[in-house]
Design a protein around this ligand. Structure first.
Ligand code: FE2
Length: 195
């Protein structure tokens, strides 16, 4: 056994595990209003190279590719592409290609919480409001965006990490099925028209 294995395995001691311990974990997870990771989003400036890496090498299907004309918070024209690669639990690794911000080589300067972020699912619109009230009462500035298929609350955690709480309403299922059908065509269109 390596030192690292000894350190990690030894750190939990030798307590006897009771079947109730397993049930406790299942019950605890069932109660959580934060249901799991929806996506982690990062940026890129070469959509085809990124698609090849995730889809062809890591075999993660591209299920969404959106060409969006305006910046999300300002509403000003600033075209970007947002695309997602699905994993086996239904969560995704997502990417932005945002030419107005991404000149030169990465890492890029990203001006809003909408860029590099992690999104976690919550179980309802009510949960968004519930957490928003708690967060704002503790001084966290939150921005709510209704994307249609996703209802999202954006904020920074205490360490500065961009966090999105998101709820997918029932209509999101139809959006996802449609998005999957056009994803590759949309990415090709974006790649051929990007400035
Ligand atoms: Fe997101």
């Amino acid at each position: 056994m390596s030192n690292q294995e000894e350190n990690v395995l030894g750190a939990v001691g030798e307590a006897t595990i009771d079947p109730k311990d397993r049930e406790r974990g299942i019950a605890r997870r069932a109660k959580s209003r934060v249901r799991g990771v929806n996506h982690h989003a990062y940026y890129c400036n070469d959509v085809e190279k990124t698609r090849h890496f995730y889809e062809d090498i890591l075999e993660m299907p591209m299920t969404i590719a959106l060409r969006i004309p305006d910046e999300v918070f300002t509403g000003k024209p600033s075209p970007y592409c947002h695309f997602f690669f699905e994993m086996g639990d239904g969560s995704s690794l997502a990417f932005f290609d945002y030419p107005d911000f991404y000149d030169g080589e990465p890492p890029f300067t990203v001006p809003t919480v909408y860029h590099h972020h992690i999104a976690v699912n919550v179980d309802s619109d009510e949960a968004i409001e519930y957490f928003r009230a708690k967060l704002e009462s503790e001084g966290y500035a939150c921005t709510y965006v209704d994307h249609g298929a996703f209802h999202s609350l954006y904020l920074k955690d205490p360490g500065g990490m961009n966090l999105e709480l998101c709820y997918s309403p029932p209509s999101a299922e139809e959006f996802m099925l449609r998005a999957e059908l056009i994803a590759h065509g949309e990415l090709r269109k974006w790649a051929t028209t990007r400035n």
